[in-house]
Design a protein around this ligand. Structure first.
Ligand code: NAP
Length: 289
């Protein structure tokens, strides 16, 4: 493994590309909006003009794109040029992962379903958790890629297993985010002080470091984006769809999804998912007031 193509240089893809380069791999990137990728040239990363140009000759091609539509359209262009392994790390859900795996198989391209846990900062620090799944004979080969972007790689089985675990963990994570947003809005509506509430939760068995992180950001009104609310809405929708396909009707996941739909409708889709607090607050503010 000496060269990697990264397709998609957004919040996650750009730092992942930098860390791959930092680990000594040759890295080529492509991004729909080329300007967003150009800063990477300073790190010795080549910016390609098309997905196929990026993928051509690379030992691995890693997709880190917004959603299944993006991955499917970019893969249609890139696949004929992929000679190595395709590592699919975008969060696209169960059904789309099945379709992508089938498309890769038709082309004879080894496919790893490897979504990641962790957000902007862990991506920058190379401290993501990779939920890897796919053919056994690719594991050792892809280790340098996963070691460069993550602190931990967990192998889960055949392609699709990574995505299923990602959705399960995100179900917990998104519920936690809505829980802290709604609980703070509730505290304030009752005249109970939000900062004191966070202090009571701090270190307590029912508290969590994540509640502290997001709770403090909410109280500071700081919605600097790690995971944009629009992607949280997408993930919540994928969770709901997967749950229903599995025969469940999860009431909590439905409510969580609805909260993120409201957050996006309030024009906070580009803000961090902690902005879900605004959807829980009576008379919630839109970006324009
Ligand atoms: P992002 O900053 O919004 O980047 C999305 C990328 O997808 C950009 O490169 C964007 O290109 C591209 N894109 C969107 N629509 C496209 C289309 N139709 N055709 C081609 N390219 C398209 O998102 P991100 O935070 O990096 O997330 C990427 C993936 O990782 C998502 O599936 C997300 O759910 C998942 N993820 C995110 C986090 C997080 O905390 N942010 C954590 C774990 C997993 P442009 O620059 O041209 O818009």
């Amino acid at each position: 493994m000496s060269s990697v193509a990264v397709l998609g240089t957004g919040i996650m893809g750009a730092p992942m590309a930098r860390n791959l380069r930092g680990a000594g791999l040759e890295v080529r990137v492509w991004n729909r909006t080329r300007e967003r990728a150009e800063a990477l040239a300073e790190d010795g990363i080549e910016v390609a003009g098309s997905p196929a140009d990026a993928a051509k000759g690379a030992d691995a091609t890693l997709t880190m794109l917004a959603d299944s539509e993006a991955v499917e359209s970019v893969a249609a262009e890139a696949l004929p040029a992929i000679g190595g392994v395709w590592i699919q790390s975008s969060t696209v859900g169960v059904d789309a992962t099945g379709r992508l795996a089938a498309t890769a198989a038709e082309r004879g391209v080894p496919f790893l379903d490897a979504p990641v846990l962790g957000t902007k900062k862990p991506a920058e620090d190379g401290k993501l958790t990779v939920l890897a799944s796919g053919p056994e004979d690719q594991r050792e080969r892809c280790a340098p890629v996963f070691d460069a972007i993550g602190a931990r790689t967990i192998w889960l089985g055949e392609a699709g297993a990574g995505t299923r675990m990602k959705l399960a963990v995100n179900s917990w994570l998104l519920a936690l985010t809505v829980a802290i947003g709604e609980s703070l809005a509730f505290a304030e509506a009752l005249g109970a002080d939000g900062a004191t509430m966070l202090d009571i939760l701090d270190g307590a068995p029912m508290g969590s470091p994540y509640a502290q992180l997001k709770g403090k950001a909410i109280l500071a009104g700081d919605f600097t984006t790690s995971l944009p609310s629009r992607l949280a809405e997408k993930d919540a929708r994928l969770i709901l769809e997967a749950a229903r396909s599995a025969g469940l009707e999860p009431e909590l996941a439905r409510a969580v999804h609805e909260r993120f739909v409201q957050t996006v409708a309030l024009d906070h889709g580009e803000d961090d998912m902690a902005a879900v607090y605004l959807a829980c607050t009576p008379g919630a503010q839109t970006r324009t007031g």
